[in-house]
Write a protein that binds this ligand. Sequence first.
Ligand code: SF4
Length: 342
Amino acid sequence: MIKPFTPQLVYFEPQALDYPLGKELKEKFEKMGIEIRYTTSHNQVRNLPGENDFQKYRIAKSTLVVGIRKTLKFDTSKPSAEYAIPFATGCMGHCHYCYLQTTMGSKPYIRTYVNVDEILAAADQYMEERAPEMTRFEAACTSDIVGIDHLTHTLKRAIEHFGESEYGKLRFVTKFHHVDHLLDARHNGKTRFRFSINADYVIKNFEPGTSPLAKRIEAAGKVARAGYPLGFIVAPIYLHEGWQEGYYHMFERLDAELPIEARKDITFEFIQHRFTKPAKKVIEKNYPMTKLELNEAARRYKWGKYGIGKYIYQKDEEEDIKEHLYSYMEKFFPNAKLEYFT
Ligand code: SF4
């Protein structure tokens, strides 16, 4: 069983200590005996330990930087939400295909922001601008927010904030099962709690440092019983020996766990495995022993933004995936809504 994340090293921006959460975290980490250092900016942590890139990357992934979010202009997050709400950046997981490897480049350490009230106030403004239209906020665009929330409880605050809002909704996705502190949050049905799930083979081989499938499914059951609208992202859908059985079994286990009342409002998102040339380079550098299949010649090229295309499965493979996964979804969750396949 994977334990909740404990950083090996923590950096503070000195101004973070002017905020109650900053103070609270400092006391917490001191009591835990974790080494604390200071940095002028969460964007420039320069003296991380490690003798080579490989070591530095691993140490950074277990380093937490506590700072202040200065940019309160939110990025858009289409199509699943209007805006990305920035509570944290980075993740302690080691998924070989994680998109953060390319987007965060030389800063793989985890950042959490303590000016939560300011971030929520900015969200309120975005909601006001669009009212009476609903505004959806995605909290997992740049991190796996659930993975660090047992330390900060920022997500819990956000869930309750949106729970009280008239025109706001929150959503996020996680590969972690440490959800207990979120079960009694007053969500008022305004937060969609999504889990990223996959066939056992994929989780075991490519998602080190995250929760096993059984634990994620068990956590989904708890979340459903706490009354949250639920969602599942099956990603990346990866072809491997026995993939049909692997994904069938995943749905079967989900079916066994989820209570009847959770099935009225459940969403699925399906994303097939893809990679870009720059991503392949980073993956091979950070996880040189990976078994992940990254053979351009076996894939179909899809043109992308900024001239960086991605390699996806061949058309017939894609159809095969769709046929199987759609049929499993319909068999076990006939009332679920498929948001998209990509
Ligand atoms: Fe990346 Fe999500 Fe894995 Fe974290 S859990 S390493 S954010 S894919």
